[in-house]
Ligand binder design. Structure first.
Ligand code: ADP
Ligand code: MG
Length: 252
């Protein structure tokens, strides 16, 4: 049994079959890419895995436990973290305070960021910032840092929760190609260091091909292919969806 087992996951929105019978598995420490054109159903899959959307059918089993249809808070408590397409940091706080907040929240010590709290988890927060290469910016105001750094900070915040599974829906949205490469290289390093399993979406095929251990291709709500980088690269159906069919890689 794999670490994550998704079976026949389906979701309709009125007449739109957003996700239809999607099945896949994810191993411990694996970096799995979920790709597909705009509207393929990627975000709908993420939202079902994290509990924002209840599946119409199918099951999600994490580490042997059925978590299908649980609320996000419960799924988060089971060790699933996620980063968002839109950044979710507090601009009025410093970089390190944002990580401290996440650590306080993880350790169930309430969510109010009081004066006393500014001392809590400072060392641990610094460790997290070092992990993502942001230690030098610890005391800066979050509102003043560069976009790419914000994304790295988000990753540190997600990791503060010590997730076993990390869901990243377009973590590099709005980033330049070199920044995208850097963010995924960083993610890959962390996956290897911490043994976290990651499911991510990314539009830049170069980034996907360079960093993913395995790739799932979604098209019109259905899984078109599931394979290694080489298998996906040479899959004629995938080539048709992305190249021949006039559908270029979805822009953001
Ligand atoms: P992707 O993330 O791959 O671009 P989505 O999962 O966002 O695709 O969307 C899949 C399909 O479901 C699209 O046709 C989209 O318009 C539709 N869809 C997504 N969310 C909703 C919603 N909340 N209500 C109605 N339709 C939706
Ligand atoms: Mg999406």
């Amino acid at each position: 049994m794999s670490f994550l087992n998704v079976k026949d996951l389906s979701k309709n929105f009125g007449g739109i079959k957003a996700v239809q019978g999607v099945s896949f598995s994810l191993e411990k420490g694996e970096l799995l890419a979920l790709i597909g054109p705009n509207g393929a159903g990627k975000s709908t899959c993420f939202n079902m895995l994290f509990g924002q959307l209840k599946p119409d059918a199918g099951s999600v089993v994490l580490d042997g436990e059925n978590i299908t249809g649980l609320k996000p808070r419960k799924i988060w408590r089971k060790g699933v973290g996620r980063t968002f397409q839109i950044t979710a940091t507090y601009g009025s706080m410093t970089v390190i305070e944002n990580v401290q907040m996440a650590l306080i929240s993880h350790h169930h010590q309430g969510f109010s960021f009081t004066k006393r709290a500014t001392k809590m988890y400072r060392e641990k927060a610094m460790e997290m910032l070092e992990l993502v290469g942001m230690a030098e910016q610890a005391e800066r105001g979050t509102a003043t840092i560069a976009y790419g750094d914000l994304k790295s900070l988000e990753l540190a915040i997600a990791l503060a929760h010590e997730p076993k599974l990390l869901l990243m829906d377009e973590p590099a949205a709005g980033m330049a190609p070199t920044e995208r490469q850097a963010l995924m290289a960083l993610t890959k390093r962390i996956v290897e260091e911490k043994g976290v399993s990651v499911l991510f979406t990314e539009h830049d095929m170069d980034v996907v091909f360079e960093h993913a251990d395995r790739i799932l291709v979604l098209n019109r709500g259905q899984l078109l292919a599931n394979g290694t980088v080489d298998e996906i690269r040479s899959n004629p159906q995938v080539q048709e969806v992305y190249l021949g069919g006039g559908t270029t890689f979805a822009n953001e």
